[in-house]
Design a protein around this ligand. Structure first.
Ligand code: ZN
Length: 321
């Protein structure tokens, strides 16, 4: 492998500036939403509003920093999802937790009109301009592409266009791509589309795999070199944590710990602890203790919650981080 001296690890681009990966000493939440608005599709609860919820979000993150050393949140709210990077910057400063913002498009029901009207080349250009020039007039630059969505076993034509544009933008800019595979389905098709555009598997995270009770698919994704995101931990209405843990242990048993990402995907205000929900801390308060009780040691937990997300974001190798 190349030494770190000849290939310095890229910086992480957060909403308040660039940081080095080795400054991230504590765990990372690999797929979250801190500000979100999916209400325009008729789901009034799928909102994390800057005015009504940012204080509660900030307080949760600050408490997790104090108790567990939470150091970084990968915030995957993209175009059409109510993204608000100025509020993200305020939350990051107030909570003293680094936040990486995203660009891209979610799955088809949330596509913005520009997708139908644009070619893959034009969509790629939109993403690259935002990655280089910042989001709107904020000057804040995205540090990841996500959550790039599809639903069903095969992405639809517009979703295919977005996946291809995202891969091309990632190759051009050196960022990575995190996907939304609706209910865990279609991950292998997403991987095929992204890699066909020249994006290496280690720059790809396939989302919501904990909702898919199919260990063979998890092994296939991981063996390709892509990250397998168990990113809806605590969402019991979709999957029990007991099943999640069984699927995680199977993937670890198969030797793929270095491909696992973990997160809670808080996407409704009812999930906040102030509203009686599981909160961003569910991973640390509930799921990781269950994993420890099942024999997962601290080095594996550090790998899954810190080193893996840092390697996903930067493309660094196992030897580097
Ligand atoms: Zn999400």
């Amino acid at each position: 492998m190349n030494s770190t001296a000849s290939h310095p690890t890229p910086l992480l681009r957060t909403v308040v500036g660039e940081i080095t990966p080795d400054s991230v000493r504590g765990p990372v939440l690999a797929h979250e939403h801190l500000v979100l608005d999916l209400d325009h599709k008729g789901d009034g609860a799928a909102v994390l509003a800057p005015d009504r919820h940012a204080a509660a979000v900030t307080a949760e993150l600050a408490a997790l920093r104090e108790e567990f050393g939470l150091s970084l949140v990968i915030e995957l709210t993209c175009r059409g999802m109510g993204r608000d990077v100025e509020t993200l910057a305020r939350i990051a400063r107030d909570a003293q937790v680094a936040v990486v913002a995203a660009t891209g498009w979610y799955y088809e029901p949330f596509h913005t009109p520009e997708i139908d009207d644009s070619s893959v080349e034009q969509l790629t250009g939109t993403l690259v301009r935002e990655i280089h020039g910042g989001i709107g007039a904020t000057g804040v630059r995205p540090g990841v592409l996500g959550e790039i969505g599809s639903h069903g076993d095969t992405p639809t034509a517009p979703e295919t266009k977005v996946l291809r544009a995202s891969a091309r933008a990632a190759v051009t800019t050196g960022l990575s791509v995190a996907t939304h595979a609706q209910l865990g389905r279609g991950g292998l098709a997403q991987l095929d589309l992204l890699t066909a555009e020249g994006l290496p598997p280690q720059r790809i995270s396939i989302g919501h795999q904990d909702l898919l009770d199919d260990p063979a698919v998890h092994r296939e994704l991981a063996a390709s070199g892509a990250y397998v995101a168990f990113d809806t931990v605590g969402k019991d209405s979709y999957q029990s944590d007991g099943t999640r843990l069984r699927l995680l242990l199977a993937l670890l048993e198969a030797g793929h710990a270095d491909r696992v990402l973990l997160s809670c995907d808080i996407s409704r205000h009812g999930y906040l602890t102030t509203e009686g929900g599981q909160g961003y801390g569910h991973l640390f308060h509930s799921f990781l203790p269950q994993a420890r009780a099942a024999g997962v040691d601290e080095d594996l937990i550090d790998l899954m919650t810190r080193r893996n997300p840092l390697r996903f974001l930067t493309g660094a190798s196992v030897e580097e981080i």
